[in-house]
Design a protein around this ligand. Structure first.
Ligand code: G6P
Length: 362
């Protein structure tokens, strides 16, 4: 309950929760380590993952965006095919299911009615379900066969921040432990890499003035904004756009860099902010090509790249982390830019209009 949790010196819960992310990373790693310091997940869950011929991730809002990134983790490390679905669509638009599906529900609150409806439906069909949630004992946790907790501490601000990065960390751990369980080689040390992520998060949280000035420069007067990225950066762009629209009411959309030319580029006008993420080596040149295309049509591009891939034109460079884990840190500039954009526009950051923290109606 919000009244039990102090904001301390913070003006808003959202800012406090953004700042808690490095600590949450460390807590998650601790909670998922065994006595020897190795990452560990309940053996029944690993067995359910191994037994599945396909995983269906069901979620809404920010949790859906975490699922899109989680699919990359599970497919790249554990090599199990994954589909990610919006919960409100799944019930009446059910895909043809594989023979041995496993359902993963991602929900910060564990109470989202749209997701619960799917859980009830697939349990009736006799399938197994795992819930990844921040709230022990929540409805989705109780009604699923298995639960993995986020250990993020209560999230009060309506716009989800620390729960998103916690979801990504837990999904990465699930993917890595499953991969090892199956016998696939994982060629990096996830404990160490998540430690590097936590340190990078700290550096970003210490750079707030920079994000405040980016928000001022790009988002003070605009009525819309676009986020572009390729590969895993596209999914982070979707989350960045959701954050911005939720709390600042700027119409924001995330697009795959290559898809722009197939329609969206028509929306680019003089001064339209286009925030581009460039954290992936294999698409670095092509996303920069997309930036040139929009800039040539008058857009005001803001490139956020990762150390090692940067050029002189970039507005901000995030510290280097493992290429699969970049969403855990590239989202932080987007959270902070959204926060300051909302603040500059006098919006109610923690309680945006028309939104609820947990939506228990369909
Ligand atoms: C609401 C919130 C969103 C959240 C979504 C899913 O719409 O406003 O911030 O992402 O529900 O919530 P859940 O608790 O299931 O992750």
């Amino acid at each position: 309950d919000a009244s039990d949790i102090e904001k301390g010196t913070y003006p808003h819960y959202m800012l406090k929760e953004i700042d808690e992310q490095p600590l949450v990373m460390r807590k998650i790693v601790q909670n998922y380590q065994d006595g020897e310091g190795e990452l560990e997940i309940d053996s029944d869950i690993v067995k359910a993952m191994k037994d599945a011929d396909r995983i269906y991730v069901i979620a809404a809002g920010t949790s859906y965006h975490a699922g899109l990134v989680g699919k990359q983790f599970i497919e790249k490390l554990a090599k199990i095919p994954v589909e990610v679905h919006i919960s409100s669509e799944f019930g009446y638009n059910m895909p043809l299911l594989s023979e041995k599906p496993l359902f993963i529900f991602i929900s910060q609150s564990g109470e989202t009615a749209d997701s619960r409806q799917v859980l009830v439906q697939v349990k009736e069909m006799g399938y197994k379900a795992l819930t990844i949630t921040n709230v022990p004992g929540s409805t989705l946790s109780r009604e699923a066969d298995y639960t993995l907790l986020l250990h993020a501490g209560p999230e009060i601000a309506v716009a989800s921040t620390k729960a998103y990065t916690a979801q990504l960390a837990v999904l990465a751990i699930l993917a890595e432990v499953t991969a090892r369980g199956i016998g696939h080689e994982v060629d990096f040390d996830l404990v160490q890499e998540l430690g590097i992520v936590a340190t990078a998060m700290e550096a970003l949280c210490d750079d707030k003035e920079e994000f405040e000035s980016i928000a001022r420069e790009y988002l003070t007067v605009t009525r819309n904004a676009f986020f572009i990225g390729r590969g895993i950066d596209f999914y982070v762009g979707l989350e960045g756009a959701l954050k911005l629209k939720e709390i600042s009411y700027i119409q924001a959309e995330g697009f795959a860099g290559g898809e722009l030319k197939h329609g969206t580029i028509a929306l680019i006008e003089e001064g339209t902010p286009v925030i581009a993420l460039a954290t992936q080596d294999f698409v670095n040149l092509s996303i920069r090509g997309n930036v040139k295309e929009v800039a040539a049509r008058g857009a005001n591009p803001c490139i956020i790249s990762m150390s090692g891939l940067e050029t002189d034109e970039d507005r901000f460079v995030i510290p280097e982390v493992h290429s699969l884990l970049t969403p855990l840190i590239s989202v932080i500039p987007l959270q902070l830019i959204s926060y300051y954009a909302a603040l500059h526009r006098d919006c109610d950051v923690d309680k945006p209009r028309n939104l609820a923290k947990s939506v228990t109606v369909e």
